[in-house]
Design a protein. Structure first.
Length: 320
């Protein structure tokens, strides 16, 4: 028990230091900031969700006492809460249907697709919380974002740039900023959970088997939630802004599923590595092909492309 508490406190201290490093303004601090949930996630997966809870609470208290309440709340929402809850869910298991009543029954672990849905939920929560710190209505949030981007880019003071053109660029950036922030939060949270799983698996502390990520699929109701979120994007005001954030998170979730579909469909295909590598490179360079990958994930949820491919890859049964 004492070892678990020490590990929890060490993980909390590491996460807190990585989180507050953003105050320094150094470029490396941005990487550390996005990796802040990693130590707590490692503690959760390797030593139980209670370790992440203890470490997260201790780190939150220290941050609140030394830096202030806003930073403490931000740490809880963006780091401590996701690390604890995702670690708790990842270790959930129940006896599989038809499993024999034995000393070690076959366990059915929490599906990675549902973890992906929770990652989308936390990415949305993180972005919405950040925007609410700027204001409580869409107009106030937009104005603060415009002022911040104008100061950051310094476009109005740049020679050769017309003020009207600068305003158009700033307006466009403000429009896509919430969705872009949500995608970044989704990617970094997913990366942290994946890295935590790899680290604990390598150290022999991961109690669950490594999931088949190529078979990951979101819960069926996710598609209905995405359709509703897209429809609400056209309502206007704060509801539309939050709906855009949720839409971005769910689209990113289906993009992950789309990449899993590509991994499955390219099995037994010549130059598979080249096809997959090119797909990832195109998405990283241009960005917009991510929507195509997300559409592949949505199409698989409707038509079941992977299931058909798996059936084709199965060796034929020989009847006696």
């Amino acid at each position: 028990m004492m070892v678990q508490i020490l590990i929890a406190l060490a993980a909390g201290a590491a996460s807190a230091l990585m989180f507050v490093s953003i105050i320094s303004g150094a470029l490396i601090s941005l990487v550390l900031f996005y990796l802040a949930p990693l130590p707590l996630m490692v503690a959760a997966l390797g030593w139980g969700a209670g370790s992440a809870l203890i470490g997260g609470l201790a780190a939150s208290a220290v941050i609140g006492a030394m830096i202030g309440l806003p930073y403490m709340l931000a740490f809880i929402v963006t780091v401590a809460l996701p690390a604890w809850w995702l670690g708790h869910l990842a270790l959930l298991a129940k006896p599989a249907d038809g499993s024999p009543e034995a000393a070690q029954p076959i366990l059915e672990w929490y599906p990675p697709g549902r973890l992906l849905a929770w990652l989308a939920a936390f990415a949305s929560l993180t972005t919405i919380t950040a925007l609410l710190s700027l204001g409580y209505d869409a107009t106030s949030i937009t104005d603060v974002l415009k002022r911040g981007l104008t100061r950051m880019l310094g476009m109005r003071d740049s020679s050769g740039i017309d003020a009207a053109d600068a305003d158009k660029v700033i307006t466009m950036l403000v429009a896509i900023a919430p969705a872009a922030a949500t995608i970044v939060a989704m990617v970094t949270l997913t990366l942290n959970l994946w890295l935590a799983g790899k680290i604990t698996r390598t150290s022999g502390r991961l109690p669950r088997p490594w999931p088949a990520l190529a078979a990951v699929e979101l819960p069926p109701m996710t598609l209905a939630a995405l359709s509703l979120a897209i429809a609400l994007c056209f309502t206007g005001g704060l509801l539309a802004l939050f709906s855009q954030i949720i839409t971005a998170a769910l689209v990113m979730g289906y993009a992950f599923v789309g990449f899993a579909v590509l991994h499955t469909l390219t099995q037994a295909t010549a130059m598979r590595g080249l096809w997959l590598g090119s797909s990832y490179a195109v998405v990283m360079v241009f960005g917009w092909p991510l929507l195509v990958v997300a559409l592949i994930g949505i199409a698989d949820a409707i038509f079941g492309f992977r299931q058909r491919k798996i059936q084709q890859l199965k060796p034929p049964t020989i009847s006696s």
